[in-house]
Design a binder for this molecule. Structure first.
Ligand code: SAM
Length: 245
């Protein structure tokens, strides 16, 4: 899987991509990341990348020309890459968006900055606009890091244990239940007995129940679109009763 990132601040990406699992995936050739400075593609001696908005108003706007030139250099025939513009006005980036995007071999991410970007960038150059949440960042760089990290986790081989990804929060449509590790007893704080029992089926049932409990408690909205079995529905009814007692 390849990501190409167009940014005015390439230095922001140095340390996030140089640690932990992302670093390992890059070193192992599972993921390739190209960081491109938009300024390198700006024409003229001063390599101007932004300008004041037509019609007045505050802030500076990222110009269309350097972005188009950067795209032409990175994707001479546009290949089958998907071009994404990070934008607070875009479609919301969710786990299912990440799953869908992970099916592309090549993603190009354009990071806006300042007051925003010339509208011809989303209109003519980007295939999709992606928002990581309903708030405004000062630039698209942090959003691009989020998108790259979430999608990379889905690439086969990124995490040592595939199961840990399959049961993640939002992947199943629910929040994941609690985890514990050694010691069994920390002062008076104990680990639930069932997890120490070695009984696989009971542990699986407990985990499902706790995932349902946690989702009901923290994000009941997710239950409306989650795929629930008849057993799940019975458990939820019992949990709701517990809550109302
Ligand atoms: N004036 C713009 C508006 O109101 O829509 C906001 C511009 S913002 C200060 C600068 C850049 O940060 C944007 O062009 C975009 O690339 C990025 N950005 C800000 N918030 C974002 C979000 N929630 N998701 C993705 N990118 C975001």
């Amino acid at each position: 899987m390849r990501f190409d990132i167009l940014t005015l601040f390439p230095e922001m990406f140095l340390s996030p991509f140089d640690a932990s699992l992302l670093k390992k995936a890059i070193e192992g050739g599972l993921i390739e990341i190209g960081i491109h400075n938009i300024r390198d593609y700006a024409p003229g001696k001063h390599r101007v990348v932004d300008d004041a908005p037509f019609g007045g108003g505050g802030g500076m706007i990222l110009k269309v020309e350097p972005v188009e030139r950067a795209l032409q250099a990175i994707l001479p025939d546009r290949e089958d890459a998907l071009v994404l513009l990070l934008s607070p006005q875009g479609e919301q980036f969710r786990q299912d968006t990440a799953e869908e995007l992970s099916r592309h071999d090549h993603l190009v991410l354009i990071c806006g900055h300042y007051e925003g970007v010339d509208e011809r960038i989303p209109h003519y150059l980007a295939d999709r606009e992606i928002s990581i949440g309903d708030y405004v960042l000062s630039g698209g760089e942090l959003a691009a890091m989020v998108v790259v990290d979430v999608i990379s986790r889905l690439v086969e081989g990124f995490t040592g244990n595939r199961d840990s990804v399959l049961f993640d929060s939002h992947t199943t449509g629910l929040l994941e239940g609690p985890h514990y590790t050694r010691p069994r007893k920390y002062g008076e704080w104990k680990v639930p007995e069932v997890l120490l029992s070695g009984h696989k089926k009971n542990i699986e049932n407990w985990r499902r129940r706790e995932a349902l409990r946690r989702t009901l408690d923290r994000r009941p909205d997710l239950l409306e679109s989650a795929t629930l079995s008849d057993d799940d529905k019975k458990i939820l009814a019992a949990l709701k009763n517990e809550l109302s007692e």
